[in-house]
Every structure is written in C-alpha cells, then in structure tokens.
Design a protein around this ligand. Sequence first.
Ligand code: NI
Length: 230
Amino acid sequence: MLLSIPDVLTREQVAQARQILDQADWVDGKVTAGHQSAKTKDNMQIPEGHPAAQQLGEMILTALGKNPLFLSAALPLRVFPPLFNRYSGGQSFGTHVDNAIRQVPGTPHRIRTDLSATLFFAGPEEYDGGELCVEDTYGVQRVKLPAGHMILYPSTSLHHVTPVTRGARICSFFWLQSMIRDDGRRSLMFDLDLAIQRLGRDLPDQPAAQQSAVQLTGVYHNLLRQWAEL
Ligand code: NI
C-alpha cells in the first residue's frame, strides 16, 4: 500500500528545517548505498549522525509519534533515524530495492525495513523532475508531494527517482520496522481501524453502531495479538 500522509510538518517547521538544511554539509550519497544501488545512485546526503540530521530527525520522529494516520497505517515498532538527500543538476537514482536489514548507526540494533518513507522539504514548484516512482501491482506510481507531506510505501517495492532538471529536490528518507511485517495484513488492520473510527464519528448516538464498534475493536486487537511481532 502506498499512502500519502499530509502535513506531517507545519509550514514553520519546514521553513526552519530548510534554513538548517541549506547550511548543512552535503556529501556524496553513495555512503549509505549498498554495492549494487551505488552504481545508480547520484545525489547528495547529510552524513549520518551529523548534528543537523539528528536535530531534524528528532523533529520528524516527534511529529510522526503524534500523527494518527501514520501510527494507524505503519504500526511502527522501530524507526531508523531519518536521513536527508538532495538532488539537483540532473541527479537521479535508478531503479533499486532498499536493503532488507539496516544497522542503526552507533547502536548494536538492526531493523528490518518493512516500510520506506520520503518526507518532502521542497515544494513541487521549486524543481522539475525528481519524481519518486514506485512500482506496485497497479503499475508505476509517480509521487511528488508538497513540502511537509510524506509518502509511505512497502520497502519490497522497486523504485527510482527521476532526474532533477531544475532547482533542487530536498527530502528526508528513512525506513521502519512495523509490528506487522506483511503488507497485506497491515493494510487490513488499517482498513479496519478506519472503519471503526468512522462508526464512532458518524453514528455516535446509535447504540447498535457503538456496540458493533466495540466488537470490531475487539477483533482489531485480537488480530494484532495474532500477527504482531515485537
Ligand atoms: Ni530507495
């Protein structure tokens, strides 16, 4: 499932982040690429563990921790510290699949990458090209979102970034391990959660609807109990 999550960050947060990103030291993005994807990866990154990346990463993770849509869709267990990349002057990233396992820098922990996230820090009007193209069962989905919005997609997907031919595309990208590994199961949980919320919101005065909501909430938690890996 591909999901666009609007307004993860406010305009003020995006503006503040852009000031920091514009002054940061950018290095060749091949530093975090695997052997194969390094051949097709052409962009700039802020080094892992750089103070700017840490500060902005915390801003992002704090915002996501309070975002109901993200929490419901991702059911996150562990989130990789956000990284930052910049494409300009024709830079692109060819078709690849993200590594399945990532070592969390500076810790003994590894995470399994179930979901990949890209959070946009430049608006679509600021650059040409730079679309994130994700291959899913419905074909290629082309993604280019307003600043502050984020796309979440299964890390199992092949994907690429088209060349940026004007301006600069600045994003954060990271991975997460979900409590539910399987994308199909996780999508079912998300659908069920949305339906329960709708019952509570749209039919608050109908006892039969509210009874159903309670019963379905039971189903939700019992499925989570069966499927969650912690
Ligand atoms: Ni990737």
